[in-house]
Design a binder for this molecule. Sequence first.
Ligand code: SF4
Length: 231
Amino acid sequence: MAGIVGEKDRISADMLYGILRGHFGFRHWWPGDTKDEIAIGAILTQQTTWRNVERAIDNLKKEGLLSINSIARCKKSRLERLIRSTGYYRQKSSRLIGFCKTISDSYGGFEGLEKLGDKEMRSALLSINGIGPETADSIMLYAAGRKTFVVDAYTKRIFSRIYGTKIDISYEEMQRLITNLIPRRLAVYKDFHAQLVELGKNNCKSVPICGGCPVASYCMHAKRNAANAGI
Ligand code: SF4
């Protein structure tokens, strides 16, 4: 892997970001008026689309429940009704209440959690039931403004196709690989992840749509297919 995306290819990751940003435009991700809203959204978006999350967030907003301290005191049945659109709503309402209770009881709210250093904050988040690395890093990056790159299934798929990295690469290895290749700037961390999601949704789907993909001329998968087709 290092031979494929190594030091000599560092420019490629920068280029990849530049090309995606030029194509899709700055993504302004993650949407949310408050840090609490972003953290809550990061849990709601597990295993569903953002459109479904928006409906749940609207419901929570209308009921004055879009804060960690409010959800910590919310009845599970009420929360289930409000976040139903996100799927797995029973499991998610338990997770969300558990998360909010922990942050509220242990830190007095998100501002208290933010007093922790990066490592401590990540461990604290990962120790909460239902919070895995992707959700923890999303909360750290987008709500707390920490330089923690978020890896998801799109990231692994896109890097495996463009650069030939292993599709079953571990979360931590993928994260390390990317953070070694891109500038350590918060804005880049935030937007690069959003650009990869956009590429994954529009072109690099499970069956890729390489025609019109902005990075097709740099992609190993596309080049291999073109060679096989004799193009
Ligand atoms: S060219 Fe095809 S395989 Fe490569 S990144 Fe684009 S959509 Fe994915």
